[in-house]
Write a protein that binds this ligand. Structure first.
Ligand SMILES: [Zn+2]
Length: 245
């Protein structure tokens, strides 16, 4: 996150100062392009004249359950003045508006969520490779073996191989010992030739976000320390925000 965050300690108000705040804005006015000297920082400082202000440093990237390329989403991040931690809400209602910022009570709590295998993508890829040696019944046995092993994995111990479409989704590679255990589970139902083919298949599709990588769906919650009952902006304690995929 580029720019500087300034907090008015008197009002608990916040502004994000970017390079854009110092450059002129242009409008179309009666057939002429009009240059308007805009200085959002000046406006903020004017409004909070005589108040104490301080700089905040972001501690976390903005987190949201919406895709990275969704321009109108609400995100949350944490920042510090060196002593205290602040939870900041960032949003905008129109694409041409600058982001609005507000300090809210609470902190971000991330859970590792669940791991999911890409079942239909694995089936499609096996079909696409035209392997008639592996029957549909055997494909299902393979899927079951993968799922059983992935259920035993600890999401916190896995290395991310690709980021998902939202800050809450990530892809993880299967480790070589996990691959071995999957094939051990398949041993009774597959011939050695088929097991070799399965090992090649896993290794060929176990990178970036390919079909054998597993998807983690994290959740985040805003942990509220003090709940303001009458505030329309109050965030409910432990509000869980999942992701839809
Ligand atoms: Zn102020």
């Amino acid at each position: 996150m580029m720019g500087t965050l300034i907090r008015c300690t008197t009002c608990n108000a916040i502004m994000h100062m970017t390079e854009g705040d110092f450059s002129p804005h242009y409008t179309w006015n009666g057939g002429e392009i009009k240059k308007i000297e805009m200085d959002d920082r000046k406006a903020f400082l004017e409004k909070h004249k005589g108040h104490n202000t301080e700089h905040l440093t972001p501690l976390t990237p903005p987190i949201s359950d919406k895709p990275y390329n969704e321009p109108l989403k609400t995100s949350y991040f944490e920042a510090t003045n060196g002593n205290e931690r602040f939870l900041i809400k960032r949003w905008r209602t129109k694409i041409e508006d600058p982001f609005a910022y507000e300090i809210i009570e609470g902190s971000i709590k991330l859970t590792n969520g669940t791991l999911r295998i890409q079942t239909s993508a694995i089936k499609k890829q096996l079909q696409a490779e035209g392997d008639s040696l592996i029957s549909e019944r055997k494909v299902n046995s393979f899927i079951q073996a993968v799922r059983a092993e992935v259920e035993l994995l600890d999401p916190a111990a896995l290395a991310v191989s690709a980021e998902g479409e939202t800050p809450l989704a990530s892809y993880y590679q299967l480790g070589s010992s996990c691959v071995d255990r999957i094939l051990t589970r398949c041993r009774d139902k597959f011939t050695q030739h088929e097991l070799n083919k399965l090992r090649d298949f896993i290794n060929q599709h176990n990178e970036y976000a390919d079909v054998m990588t597993v998807v983690s769906k994290k959740e985040f919650a805003i942990k509220t320390r003090v709940q303001k009952k009458d505030s329309p902006e109050a965030v409910h304690p432990n509000q869980h925000i999942g992701i839809s995929r």
